[in-house]
Write a protein that binds this ligand. Structure first.
Ligand code: ZN
Length: 297
């Protein structure tokens, strides 16, 4: 089952979270019909969103990561709620690229490196907090680490991985995030860097030994304590009511056109592919409530 486990180490100077996310990435692949490269790109972005979203303290908050690198996949978008449950999509899920010379999926090539990684946090206030960083490699984890340092001033190490099986299903997926508290000793940084450099490939560890082994390898030589474990997964909160809300912001002219048609209008949720049908009568109802409220500002 997908979960996030949190631990502290180095007398509270290090905070670490490990995500085991095979289920959520497999679900994303099935919903969108992703190629292996798209599965990895979207999967890594979902994993990053889940790790950051679960750390939000506000209950109804959400966090969105949007990656626009100009590559053939188009935009990659992942949204997490404050429990670490995610949803997402990629513009061109069927795009695939040949493997790189090291036999790895070419996520950076498919995402592109010419653009921005943008993180938007909606904390229930009037405006969301939005900040961006220029893409480094399009490989997602490196770009997210750069965002954490530039926008949040938090020195971090982040690894995100998706292992796609030969039958194109997801064999393993997940990530970890290690953050240093202000005032952390230089020697702690050195220990972490050495451990991360020497560790086995993340998805192999998750696949063969589970998330607990990730802590053992990254925090080798340090005393650590597990402080929390929570379930996460792929979840879309869409509903007929929410889609109706979204339709009601369309132009009156467009709504009138749909309401005058003989056919019902089908709206497909971009995150989970659920289909919602609106009859001409439904659309007229939306129009009436819209015109009663008066024109939008
Ligand atoms: Zn949905």
């Amino acid at each position: 089952m997908d979960r996030i486990i949190r631990a502290t180490a180095g007398d509270g100077m290090i905070k670490m979270a490990v995500l085991d996310a095979r289920g959520m990435v497999q679900r994303a692949r099935e919903i969108h019909g992703c190629s292996p490269t798209a599965t990895a790109a979207l999967g890594r972005t979902l994993c990053g969103a889940s790790l950051l979203g679960e750390a939000l303290k506000e209950e109804d908050a959400s966090l969105t990561i949007r990656v626009n690198g100009g590559g053939p996949l188009g935009s990659v978008v992942a949204v997490s709620d404050s429990s670490g449950f995610v949803r997402g999509y990629v513009d061109n899920p069927r795009v695939d690229l040949p493997l790189r010379s090291d036999r790895k999926l070419d996520v950076g090539g498919a995402v592109g490196r010419d653009g921005l990684l943008t993180v938007s946090r909606d904390l229930g206030l009037k405006e969301p907090y939005i900040s961006s960083t220029e893409l480094r490699s399009g490989e997602i984890a490196e770009d997210l680490t750069a965002w954490l340092l530039e926008s949040e001033q938090v020195p971090s190490a982040c690894s995100l991985g998706v292992l796609v099986d030969t039958d194109t299903s997801v064999k393993a997926a997940g990530g970890f995030l290690v953050q240093l508290m202000p005032g952390a000793d230089e020697s702690l940084i050195g220990t972490l860097e050495d451990n991360i450099f020497l560790m086995d490939q993340l998805t192999t560890v998750l696949d063969e030994d589970g998330p607990e082994e990730v802590f053992r390898q990254v925090l080798r030589g340090l005393e650590y304590h597990i402080v929390a474990e929570v379930p996460v997964g792929y979840r879309c909160p869409c509903s007929a009511g929410r889609i109706k809300q979204a339709l009601s912001v369309l132009d009156v002219k467009d709504l009138e056109e749909m309401a005058d048609s003989e056919n019902s209008t089908e709206v497909r949720c971009q995150f989970c592919a659920a289909e919602y049908i609106f009859t001409p009568a439904d659309l007229r109802e939306i129009l009436i409530s819209k015109t009663e409220k008066g024109p939008a500002e």
